[in-house]
Ligand binder design. Structure first.
Ligand SMILES: [Zn+2]
Length: 228
């Protein structure tokens, strides 16, 4: 069975019809998941294909956002992105560099459209993961740091209702990003938020992860490479 298939997409800005690759759910074989939730699969990793990019106008967003662009947002994209866009397609099998380009574009578009910090954080984290696959540690760190800052803002300022994130999972993730960045004290502070709240038992998987990573941080293991 082919791992990838072509998904038909209509651009909500310029009405161009295009294809973008998606990984068949049935073909996914999870090998492992890193402690910041990065999934590793046998074969193609769907994290390369989360962003749809219109080849004609350059509008880019993840699937759940793609169709929802209105009024002033359209004007803004036309002015800031489309007018400078060199027509090209990301609809084929993507190299890691191409996948990274699509994420950076979606991050730029998302900032222009003032999307939630949670959304922008998830794209920054996805970009960091792609750099991890590429084994580019400097750029991975740079984007882990961007994700960390965005997620911290989301934690303090945004309503997580209706997102795939809850308060504990987000606090845990911020802790883990801090730990990976060598910010041990911050990491411990964030893990403590999860560990110390009795109702974090509502999310036992995250609580267990927080306890494990809290211990690692306490023992001074700021960088996961040392642990493995
Ligand atoms: Zn378009």
């Amino acid at each position: 069975m082919e791992q990838l298939y072509d998904k038909n997409v209509n651009c909500p800005l310029c009405s161009t019809k295009f294809f973008t690759k998606q990984v068949r759910t049935k073909a996914l074989r999870l090998i492992k998941q890193d402690k910041d939730f990065m999934p590793h699969y046998q074969g193609e990793n769907p994290i390369k294909y989360i962003v749809f990019v219109c080849p004609n106008c350059g509008y880019a967003a993840t699937e759940e956002k793609f169709d929802f662009v209105y009024g002033w947002e359209k004007e803004k994209i036309l002015k800031e992105v489309s007018s400078k866009w060199r027509k090209r397609s990301y609809g084929g099998i993507r190299t890691l560099d191409e996948a990274i380009d699509t994420c950076k574009l979606a991050l730029y578009v998302g900032q222009l459209l003032e999307e939630s910090k949670l959304y922008l954080g998830s794209i920054a984290l996805n970009t960091a993961w792609l750099y991890r696959l590429k084994e580019d540690k400097d750029e991975e760190r740079r984007f882990l740091n961007i994700a960390r800052k965005l997620y911290e803002e989301a934690y303090y300022k945004e309503d997580l209702l209706g997102s795939n994130m809850d308060e504990f999972k987000l606090a845990y993730l911020i802790g883990e990003l801090n730990r990976r960045l060598g910010e041990v004290e911050n990491a411990i502070k964030w893990f403590n938020i999860v560990v110390s709240k009795p109702n974090s038992n509502l999310n036992p998987t995250v609580r267990k992860l927080a306890v494990e990573q809290w211990r690692l941080a306490k023992e001074g293991w700021s960088n996961e490479c040392k642990v493995l």
